[in-house]
Design a protein around this ligand. Sequence first.
Ligand code: FMN
Length: 187
Amino acid sequence: MERALFIPLILGTAREGRQSENVARFVFEQTKKRADVETELIDVRELPMKLDDAGEQMKDPKFSATIERCDGLIIVTPEYNHGYPGLLKHALDMNLKEYIHKAVGICGVSAGPFGGARVIEGLLPVMRELGLVAIFEDVNFGNVAKIFDDEGNLLDQNYVRRLDKFLNELVWMARVLRHGRENIPGA
Ligand SMILES: Cc1cc2nc3c(=O)[nH]c(=O)nc-3n(C[C@H](O)[C@H](O)[C@H](O)COP(=O)(O)O)c2cc1C
């Protein structure tokens, strides 16, 4: 048996009342169900970040070790004025070489109908610069307030199937890249 892939999830907003937390919890629980995947929820609220610094200078040993160990990443991000939350970028910038040749999939969250399609497109150049390899499946959680009830339970079961498709692709890419990192010289 191949060892399990480690694919943590980053929740990219610290906003009071964030709806993206419901999405992150749903994605986390579904990912945990996979026998071939180990996961962990990284909440940007919990990361020790300073406002008067940036980048690897404020590297956190625990966060760095998690990204170093991972085979792939899931980012759950809301769309803020058609872009990504500054705090998510601030957090991602804390690491660098830890990301190289790892798979990434992005779930977008928005109050509007497009499910964060614009924030996902905006994040892609950042993913590339970090050395992450973005998959071509996304999950778009549009009109997010209607997808979960007040307790955070999923109301629209279509998201189970959509997320499954996304995770299948992410697992495939993570497996391919792990094979590459471990077996193909020159990386
Ligand atoms: C600063 C800010 C900017 C926002 N900009 C957009 C936007 O461009 N498009 C959109 O559909 N929703 C926008 N929203 C609404 C969020 O998409 C909405 O709050 C949604 O629930 C996801 O974000 P949350 O996790 O912070 O709740 C914005 C919210 C905030 C706080």
